[in-house]
Design a protein around this ligand. Structure first.
Ligand code: WT7
Length: 635
């Protein structure tokens, strides 16, 4: 079926044209041929970006776990579904077959039901990259509960905010987690969070590190004995196409994190379709995405997309630098990985190390390489291409977002000629538009503008949990009848897209999406701090790093600056997590502001990047003198 495995560029263009001429027919065919439905849809699509309201496959009934597990059993029961590679290379890898996965998912689903979790209830999952994490997602989906995974690097405050925002009654966590040489006390973090979460009735705990932890009577229970006692069959809850499947939080440029709501049928169809095409997945391939399931990449391209295709998906618990910088390549060699999908920041970090770490491994199993999360610079692209792919593996630079659910712009391997730093062409069904600042679409090639999408695709988020108005304002207000991505992009002479970066106050650090406002809020809680502004600046490995301008209160002026810096980063670690720590902190006497009181971030960004030649007109500022003062201190 040509829709499903595009094999050359001409075929891509044919499929693309078909998908745009009649999107409903296009998705109808794919949904019809490749999934199991309890009932087919009445309508493929209903949409209105002005409300906004998007509904795919209305009237259809299904359960995504039937598509990801049950339907494979008669042909792939003994095939490895999840290949777990532990943090410690001396601990044996674990192969979980589709049959075993079914049993585990059903057992956990029964445990959740026993604890009173019903269809529509929210369950927060705060687990390291161990098989139980994938099982927990699927167990929720089995019974129609809505999972919300919180990345296990987030702080207790971040956990509490998310638990309370989505109104979860249950949290699933572990005694601890392994990351390289470190062991992290996850349960302790959950305990702290629970002080602020009165509505959580149950905390289920997976044993991983055997740490001696506190178990609260009546609330906390070990998962293993409950699983042992549970029945290994659990009928799937029959869901409507538009029933929520999960909530995943992402940072916004202002305010609290946004709980992006993804629904069932469209998400399934789109992630499965794109997984197969973007990675050119074939039966018996061993696919490895190094992301954490705490991010959308892991949801769509470790769990749902691969499993819907009956693939073997590797889950890696560790880090690229442990026990040494050859770990990724060690795992590729050991499991004969065929598709390898990682982040530019990891590539840059590994490219800094000795080439022997790569060259001492047999990477000949690799067929396709991928990157995601941030723009990849040319140098890193070539290093990846030359040393990892041996110039034989196409690199798919995949552009997408938590909100988009799946990859929107990417080369299709062996069809789309790649070009370093370019995500290249929109996938079938995706209609990008570049917009100018007046809200007019810029047509033609060799142009740049703000990246929008003109037409719905099946896996787009449907709303922000509990705040539809914010969903509308954030994504559908800047440009009429278009989804605004928040990114800038250019289109070259052949129509290839290159994503140039965020045009809002979101900063991508090591591929993590960080809003400036929550970080500033955290810093401002420090008793010595009056006000602060965070901007990004280019960083060799992280892509961007954070630069904080901090204005102290009079009472803080006498404090030791080095201690203050430590305390400020400590505040950030507590409120958000270590990923949001500031690379540089500059104490300033004031922040440059407009007359209406808005912080001039554009100027602060330029100063942080040491690009002070052309700051533009600063005379209209409320306090132009602070600009020269800040510059003087930096140079
Ligand atoms: C933002 C979304 C998609 C899963 C991981 C990140 C940036 C993502 C690329 C890419 C350039 C990229 C964008 C986007 N981004 N992929 N291939 N090239 N930029 O998901 O945390 O929701 O972040 O990541 O700025 O808007 P996210």
């Amino acid at each position: 079926m040509s829709n499903y495995h595009i094999k050359h560029l001409e075929e891509y263009y044919q499929v693309y044209r078909k998908s745009v001429r009649n999107p409903e027919n296009f998705w109808d065919e794919i949904a019809e041929e490749h999934f199991v439905w309890r009932k087919k849809w009445d309508r493929v699509l209903d949409w209105d970006f002005s409300k906004p309201e998007i509904k795919w496959f209305q009237g259809a009934k299904l359960n995504i776990t039937e598509n990801c597990i049950d339907r494979h059993l008669h042909i792939r029961g003994d095939k490895t579904a999840i290949l777990f590679e532990p943090n410690n290379p001396d601990e044996p890898a674990r192969h979980i077959t589709y049959l075993e996965l079914k049993e585990r998912v059903c057992k956990m689903a029964n445990v959740l039901k026993d604890k009173g979790i019903n269809k529509g209830d929210r369950v927060v999952i705060y687990l390291p990259m161990i098989p139980e994490l994938a099982v927990a997602l699927l167990a929720c989906a089995r019974i129609g509960a809505v999972h919300s995974v919180v990345f296990a690097g987030f702080s207790s405050t971040a956990v509490a905010t998310r638990v309370n925002d989505c109104g979860a009654k249950m949290v699933i966590t572990s005694d601890g987690s392994y990351r390289g040489k470190k062991t992290i006390d996850l349960k302790g973090i959950v305990d702290d969070a629970m002080d602020a979460c009165p509505d959580v009735k149950n905390v289920l705990v997976v044993k991983r590190t055997n740490a001696d932890i506190f178990m609260k009577e009546g609330r906390d229970e070990w998962l293993a004995p409950l699983m042992l006692a549970a029945k290994e069959d659990c009928l799937p809850e029959i869901m409507d196409a538009e029933d929520p499947l999960f909530i995943l939080y992402t940072s916004g440029s202002t305010g609290k994190p946004k709980g992006m709501v993804h629904t069932t049928a469209g998400y399934m169809v789109y992630t499965a379709y794109t997984f197969k095409n973007v990675f050119q997945y074939r039966e018996n391939d061993i696919y490895w995405c190094t992301a954490d399931i705490g991010w959308i990449t892991g949801h769509s391209y470790i769990v749902y997309g691969p499993l819907a295709n009956g693939a073997t998906t590797v889950m890696f618990e560790g880090v690229p630098s442990y026990p040494d910088f050859g770990r990724f390549w060690d795992v590729v060699q050991k499991h004969k990985v065929t598709q390898f999908y990682t982040a530019p920041t990891a590539i840059r970090a590994l490219a800094k190390e000795h080439l022997d770490f790569v060259n001492s491994h047999d990477l000949s199993s690799l067929k396709v390489l991928g990157t995601v999360g941030e723009p990849i610079n040319e140098e890193a692209w070539h290093w990846y291409n030359d040393h990892v792919g041996d110039k034989k593996c196409p690199i798919v630079d995949t552009w997408w977002q938590t909100e988009t659910g799946g990859i929107l712009i990417s080369p299709i391997p062996f069809s789309t000629p790649t070009k370093p730093t370019y995500a290249t062409l929109p996938l079938p069904g995706i209609q990008p538009a570049l917009m100018d600042e007046h809200g007019t679409e810029i047509t033609g090639n060799q142009v740049d503008g703000r990246l929008c999408i003109k037409f719905p695709w099946p896996s787009m988020a449907r709303t922000i949990w509990g705040d539809h108005q914010r969903y509308k304002e954030t994504y559908f207000t800047a440009f009429k009848d278009k989804y605004f991505t928040g990114d800038g992009a250019l289109r070259d002479e052949v129509g290839y897209y290159r994503i140039t970066g965020r045009v809002d106050d979101v900063i991508i650090v090591s591929g993590h999406n960080l809003g400036t406002a929550p970080i500033e809020d955290a810093i401002n809680e420090h008793p010595a701090v009056a006000e602060s502004a965070i901007v990004g600046f280019p960083h060799d490995i992280k892509g961007n790093a954070l630069y904080g301008y901090v204005m102290l209160k009079e009472t803080g002026e006498s404090r030791d600056r080095d201690n203050l810096k430590k305390e400020i980063n400590q505040m950030i670690t507590e409120h958000i997590g270590p990923i949001a720590k500031l690379e540089k902190i500059q104490f300033v006497s004031a922040l440059p502001k407009t007359r209406s009181g808005k912080i001039m971030r554009r100027i602060l960004r330029k100063i942080a990047s040491k690009d002070t030649s052309n700051l533009g007109d600063t005379s209209t500022l409320l306090n132009p003198e602070v600009v020269s003062e800040i510059i003087k201190e930096v140079l």
